[in-house]
Design a protein around this ligand. Structure first.
Ligand SMILES: Nc1nc2c(c(=O)[nH]1)N[C@H]1C(S)=C(S)[C@@H](COP(=O)(O)OP(=O)(O)OC[C@H]3O[C@@H](n4cnc5c(=O)[nH]c(N)nc54)[C@H](O)[C@@H]3O)O[C@H]1N2
Ligand SMILES: Nc1nc2c(c(=O)[nH]1)N[C@H]1C(S)=C(S)[C@@H](COP(=O)(O)OP(=O)(O)OC[C@H]3O[C@@H](n4cnc5c(=O)[nH]c(N)nc54)[C@H](O)[C@@H]3O)O[C@H]1N2
Ligand code: SF4
Ligand SMILES: [Mo]
Length: 687
């Protein structure tokens, strides 16, 4: 039997067709508009059965056994486990207030409905602290889009004549987008890739700018300077639909390609040529990615990139960058139930907290401040859902200390991880093929595609929605969680869109809620305070930030730059492998055989200078800590930089990239630390 659903083994949210035999998932295929010979295979999806039925899945709730001197777990029934969580929550609420309990969301179980359920539960319980990882993922970037033109755009790759890939590696991270790039290329589109690493996309590109890591803001400003100086901008659009052009022009004059090229490891002529190509090939789109995230300057760098779209008139144009038409949904978060005057732990980042009605709070690092430094007040209990913070959060040593300081740590996960091993209570979650849910990816723009349960839950695991609803009931929130099935809850949430799960189930290809339209701003303006694209933001000015990007100069984008004599290399947090999602799936043998270990890529010249040979064990260190990983000599990186494989800290804490990262220095608006690139030292092991 074949069934349709949406894969959530990573955040690409691909619609898939799954073969089921005797109730078991046998195989799964991505749906694609390309002919089969051109389609991109996803190794994770090919291993879907191995992942789903892995013997290493958690199949029963676990409680830390206080009688066991080795601190082991004992298996318990759901009733006992959920009662234990609810009792600890109520006890802490009584002793220290509900805000002493926080909920931390990772990326896996979707940024959509399960997020709303956690918010609903916590808000009704009385705690504002539902924290996500958007300060290092895309939310900081999304806020920069929002502050420029009111929404995060969607590049119209297939219809574009010029595609700029800015810090994104869709070959590994988003196959549908990669296929769209292939398609547009076949139709003659130009491809420009901005990446410090020679990725598969860079290999395919007409132009590859091997930018110095962390310096994207400089490049974007140099492109803006070129476009304005050479009068390549769309005068009509700028005049009618943008504010602050004169200011931007003035600021950009400080960043001419000739002034900044050397700092960027680029050639001024190449920057000018790229800016000209982008500005004069119509329509053009920019695909921005996580290469811009996790940078100290994420907000201004992304704003500058966004301004390129507006300057060239590519906003909301076919083949350009679409302003999305979100699916209307009911807000079920119950924020109004929070006691007034109770700040969340993220309160030092008010603009970031408030910019989006549907997002939770994303200044993730502040959670660690609250646990360790009691700022703004102590958090004593944490529920981690679909995240592995012991590996994925900045400055692992500090994070682990925080997790160990808690009075109670609960982890909801599919597998035992570095985080569940520190937990007091572990709740086994069902995987993506074992549950029905909405996904935010599809609520973002018009087409709603349901993720449907197509197989039974493995072992005694439960879907995240059920865990949340049942926990809510145990906290006395029966009225807030009246739904017996997830379908009822989704129908309630989709009320304003006039859609039901029953309809969505009969339309596995999705239901479009609106006719896709372009140039919508002509009717309704942009969703900014001025109704226009803001090259200069009054809101930022009012809050004491520079109203145009890099008005106060460029600053230092790399952590530990003040100690560059001891730490002379730029470490780059590596591209994501197509076989793994962050710290996940290393325990799946079929995937591990394909990619048994991670490497540090180092340029041949640097390797020669340091006497490093292939496969030699290296020690990489920063003032925060060190890792050990084998060398791979490779000219995909620039001299002076090393690319460090991401996610291996789950297998071996000595390979945890976040041992190296710094959480002391953060973007003042979005709390983003520089997980992406930092100064470091490279030595042969034993030196
Ligand atoms: N240095 C550095 N730091 C980074 C990054 C980087 O590239 N470099 N990337 C950053 C980014 S962009 C992100 S999004 C974060 C990711 O951070 P995390 O979200 O913590 O990353 P994962 O390792 O994917 O952890 C997800 C966990 O959820 C579990 N899981 C999977 N599916 C489900 C489910 O349906 N329900 C439940 N309850 N659990 C599930 C998995 O087994 C896994 O343990 O890391 C960030 N940190
Ligand atoms: N297979 C797989 N797919 C995934 C994930 C996964 O872990 N595995 N994670 C999911 C998640 S949560 C996310 S956020 C997305 C992220 O997906 P992407 O946005 O594609 O992110 P990355 O692959 O981390 O990095 C993109 C590119 O940025 C480059 N880069 C590094 N530093 C810089 C820099 O300073 N400037 C520029 N311009 N580029 C730089 C890297 O070399 C890399 O090629 O992927 C999602 N999809
Ligand atoms: S890229 Fe692969 S793992 Fe990620 S959602 Fe698509 S099919 Fe699933
Ligand atoms: Mo992410």
């Amino acid at each position: 039997m074949k069934k349709d659903t949406v894969c959530r083994l990573c955040s690409a949210c691909c619609p898939v067709e799954v073969d089921i035999r005797d109730g078991r998932l046998i195989a799964a295929r991505r749906k694609s508009f390309l002919p089969p010979t051109q389609q991109l295979k996803c190794p994770k999806l090919q291993a879907a059965a191995d992942i789903t039925y892995s013997r290493k899945r958690l199949v029963a709730p676990l409680l830390r056994d206080r009688r066991d001197p080795s601190g082991g777990f004992r298996q318990v029934e759901w009733d006992e486990a959920l009662d234990a969580v609810a009792t600890r929550m109520q006890d802490l609420k009584r002793r220290h207030g509900a805000q002493s309990v926080a909920w931390l969301r990772g990326m896996a179980a979707d940024w959509g409905a399960p997020w709303d359920y956690a918010s609903r539960l916590m808000h009704a319980f009385g705690s504002p602290n539902v924290i996500g990882n958007g300060s290092v993922c895309h939310v900081a970037r999304e806020m920069a889009h929002n502050f420029t033109y009111g929404a995060m755009t969607i590049p119209q790759i297939k219809d574009s004549r010029c595609i700029v890939i800015w810090g994104k590696n869709d070959r590994n991270t988003c196959p549908p987008a990669f296929e769209a790039i292939l398609y547009a290329r076949q139709r003659g589109a130009r491809l420009i890739v901005i990446d410090p690493v020679r990725t598969a996309l860079a290999e395919m590109a007409d132009t590859w700018l091997q930018i110095k890591p962390g310096h994207d803001g400089l490049l974007a400003m140099a492109m803006i300077a070129t476009i304005i100086e050479e009068e390549l901008h769309d005068r009509d659009f700028v005049q009618n639909w943008c504010i602050g052009f004169d200011k931007l022009k003035r600021v950009a004059q400080n960043f001419s390609p000739e002034t900044v090229a050397e700092k960027l490891w680029l050639d001024a002529a190449a920057i000018r040529k790229t800016a000209r190509h982008y500005a004069t090939t119509t329509p053009a789109c920019i695909v921005d990615g996580n290469g811009l995230d996790m940078q100290l300057q994420v907000f201004d760098a992304t704003r500058a990139v966004c301004m390129l779209r507006a300057l060239t008139g590519n906003l909301d144009r076919p083949g350009g960058d679409l302003i999305p038409q979100p699916v209307p949904t009911r807000d079920i978060q119950l924020k109004e139930r929070l006691p007034s005057g109770l700040p969340p732990v993220t309160c030092d980042y008010p603009l970031f907290n408030g910019f989006h009605a549907n997002w939770g709070l994303h200044a993730q690092s502040t959670l660690v401040d609250a646990i360790l430094e009691k700022l703004p007040y102590p958090v004593r209990m944490l529920i981690v859902q679909s995240g592995n913070p012991a590996v994925t959060m900045t400055d692992t040593n500090r994070v682990r200390k925080a997790l160990q300081t808690l009075e109670c740590l609960v982890a909801i996960d599919l597998f035992a991880t570095q985080t569940t091993r520190l937990a007091d209570i572990v709740l086994p979650a069902a995987g993506c093929f074992e549950k029905t849910q909405l996904n935010r990816a599809s609520l973002r723009h018009s087409l709603v595609i349901l993720q449907s349960q197509i197989i039974d839950c493995v072992g005694n695991s439960w879907p995240d929605w059920k865990i949340t609803f049942e926990l809510g009931r145990r906290l006395g929130l029966e009225k807030e969680f009246p739904w017996k099935t997830v379908e009822e809850a989704i129908d309630f949430q989709l009320g304003p869109a006039d859609l039901t799960t029953a309809q969505l189930q009969t339309h596995p290809q999705g239901i479009g809620t609106r006719q896709v339209a372009f140039a919508k701003y002509r009717e309704s303006g942009f969703k900014t305070p001025s109704g226009k694209v803001e090259f200069c933001s009054g809101r930022l000015d009012t809050h004491g930030y520079s109203s145009s990007p890099f008005e106060q100069g460029f600053g230092t984008p790399l952590s530990f730059a003040d100690r560059r004599i001891r730490y002379p290399f730029i470490g780059i947090s590596g591209e994501r492998s197509s076989r793994y999602t962050h710290s996940q799936f290393r325990q799946i043998e079929s995937l591990r055989r394909q990619e048994p270990e991670g490497y540090v890529d180092i340029h041949p010249q640097d390797a020669r200078r340091l006497g490093i040979s292939d496969n030699q064990l290296l020690k990489i260190s920063t003032p925060k800590g060190s890792i050990h990983m084998k060398a791979r000599i490779s000219d995909i990186v620039h001299t002076g930089s090393v690319l460090i494989a991401w996610g291996w800290g789950e297998v071996d804490p000595a390979q945890s990239l976040n041992n190296l990262t710094d959480d002391a220095c953060r973007n003042p608006i979005t709390a983003t630390p520089s997980n992406r690139c930092f100064m470091c030292k490279v030595e042969k092991c034993g030196d």
